[in-house]
Write a protein that binds this ligand. Structure first.
Ligand code: AMP
Ligand code: ZN
Length: 493
């Protein structure tokens, strides 16, 4: 029997503003769509947090036995500066500034995105479609929306008619906004603005002559509006109505609100059963964002090459840090928090490493079955990973008392304890066992000494590229070199 039948899951549905029992549309199958990155720059740690939250959700759904089709797109066209209908395309701008092709920008940052996610041990989504690969589908949806009377063409651009849509539908139902309030709070329509109403949004934008990312359409050369790609790709691969749509909280409005409007206008049905929004990663109490410069790149954390943290941290420690907060809570990045996560992670790995050597008895003084259920209860309560981690540390305590022969455990309970820990720590939370303190690493000092010697020789030969590479790559593995007057020493995190 599949686990999901015995482990009822509750999810917080942003559309309803409350937790609901999760019932997939088709029994045993889950369709999940998550808005992917706009690939015009390196992903910062904030972006990674949102994707990691959904990676954990994907992992738990799979663990429960669901067959999940997980679609996470790549935005490679149509996302304009300031997330609005005016301004330059983010990718085209980068291409112009660097004097390269837009698709070179897309390629570079898609590769970066994949490399970083792999370091964080993400599972790949089932489908990773691109906006530029779905221009035809987007044009078809626009034609459909125009035909149904919810969009209009003007000067080669097509806009979604929000007030018209709102007459028969509820624009604002996801974000809790009311169109009347939006209207009374907005500026007068700017004179150069061709939209009928400031709330209207672009489905298709006419490409001015200098705009390099352009496609032919029934309305002339242009490019799709940002919100449309997600409607096209989610409904193409998951159907007109699918189970879960996720993204960062900051996408709720206007992006997701507009997705709902587009899909309802075109298909006549609400596209998503459960809307899920992940909360923001902050640094110094402010949202981590590319635009403000308040951000840190994952690679800067793995190498220790930054002015914010005292040392390098491995991807799995950073992942553990993220998992210690609920995905709907704000999480603030700090050196102390990462140091604490590193300690906690080490304790967890030590306990995992100690289970096999524990002696078994005829009876258990530990109730492993109810402890296991508490782990499930935590995750079934809207993927409460911090509560799960608290239960994992309860198990660490048990393992330590067992090691000290102050408790007893049967063979079958020991196996259950080990299997449950492995399932939650590695399969669900996605952590990796990369502790470098275990006995099989007793050759580590000799190996690092050898690398220190090679680095010294490289420096003596003024080959700083090699010496820096040795230092940085060791740091990425959690091994820090420290140069002192008596030579170089190392420490392992
Ligand atoms: P973008 O590449 O700007 O389209 O953003 C990709 C994803 O990262 C979106 O789901 C955003 O909501 C998310 N995101 C951006 N900044 C943060 C942050 N500081 N914390 C968590 N998620 C973020
Ligand atoms: Zn989207």
């Amino acid at each position: 029997m599949h686990l999901y039948k015995s482990q009822p899951l509750k999810v917080y549905n942003s559309l309803k503003g409350k937790k609901e029992i999760f019932e997939s549309i088709s029994e045993g199958y889950v369709g999940m769509y998550v808005c992917g990155p706009t690939v015009y720059s390196n992903v910062h740690l904030g972006n990674c947090r949102t994707f990691m939250s959904f990676d954990m959700i994907f992992r738990y759904l799979k663990h429960l036995g669901y067959k999940v089709r997980y679609v996470r797109n790549i935005t490679d066209a149509g996302h304009l500066e300031n997330d609005a209908d005016e301004g330059e395309d983010k990718i085209a701008k980068k291409a112009r500034l660097e004097r390269i092709e837009p698709m070179e920008v897309v390629q570079r940052y898609t590769v970066d995105f994949h490399t970083i996610l792999q370091k964080f041990n993400f599972l790949p989504p089932s489908i990773e479609p691109t906006a530029t690969g779905h221009i035809i589908e987007q044009i078809e949806i626009i034609k459909d929306i125009i035909e149904k009377g919810f969009a209009y063409e003007i000067n080669g651009s097509v806009y979604f008619d929000v007030p018209k849509f709102n007459e028969s539908h509820n624009y604002g139902k996801l974000s809790g906004r009311k169109l009347e309030d939006m209207i009374s709070n907005t500026r007068e329509l700017a004179s150069q603005d061709e939209k009928k109403s400031p709330q209207d949004f672009a489905l298709w934008k006419k490409a001015e002559t200098q705009h390099i990312m352009r496609w032919p359409s029934p309305w002339g050369d242009g490019f799709p509006g940002w919100h449309l790609e997600c409607t096209a790709m989610s409904t193409k691969y998951l159907g007109e109505t699918f189970d879960i749509h996720g993204g960062g909280m900051d996408l709720k409005f206007p992006h997701h609100e507009c997705e709902i409007a587009q899909a309802e206008a075109s298909n006549g049905v609400s596209p998503v059963k459960y809307w899920m929004h992940a909360n923001m990663l902050t640094m110094n109490g402010k949202k981590m964002a590319k635009s403000t410069g308040n951000n840190i790149l994952p690679e800067e954390i793995f190498t220790g090459n930054n002015d914010i943290l005292s040392k390098a941290f491995t991807p799995t420690v950073v992942r553990f840090f993220m998992m210690q907060a609920h995905y709907t809570s704000i999480l603030d990045l700090s050196n102390d928090a990462l140091l604490a996560s590193e300690k906690g992670y080490s304790k967890l790995m030590d306990a995992i490493g100690a289970i096999d050597a524990i002696n078994t008895s005829d009876s258990s003084s530990i109730d492993v079955v109810s402890w296991r259920q508490k782990c499930y209860d935590a995750m079934n309560d809207d993927f409460n990973s911090p509560t799960l981690i608290a239960h994992l540390f309860e198990a660490v305590k048990h393992i330590n008392t067992l090691k000290e022969h102050k408790a007893t455990i049967t063979e079958s309970d020991k196996n259950l304890l080990k299997a449950t820990l492995n399932a939650f720590i590695f399969d669900v939370l996605g952590l990796e066992n990369k502790n470098v303190s275990s006995a099989d690493n007793d050759k580590l000092p000799d190996v690092v000494s050898l690398l220190i010697q090679l680095r010294k020789e490289a420096r003596d030969n003024k080959d700083f590229a090699t010496s820096d590479k040795i230092r940085d790559q060791l740091a990425a593995l959690g091994i820090q070199l420290k140069d002192g007057k008596d030579g170089t020493t190392f420490s392992v995190s």
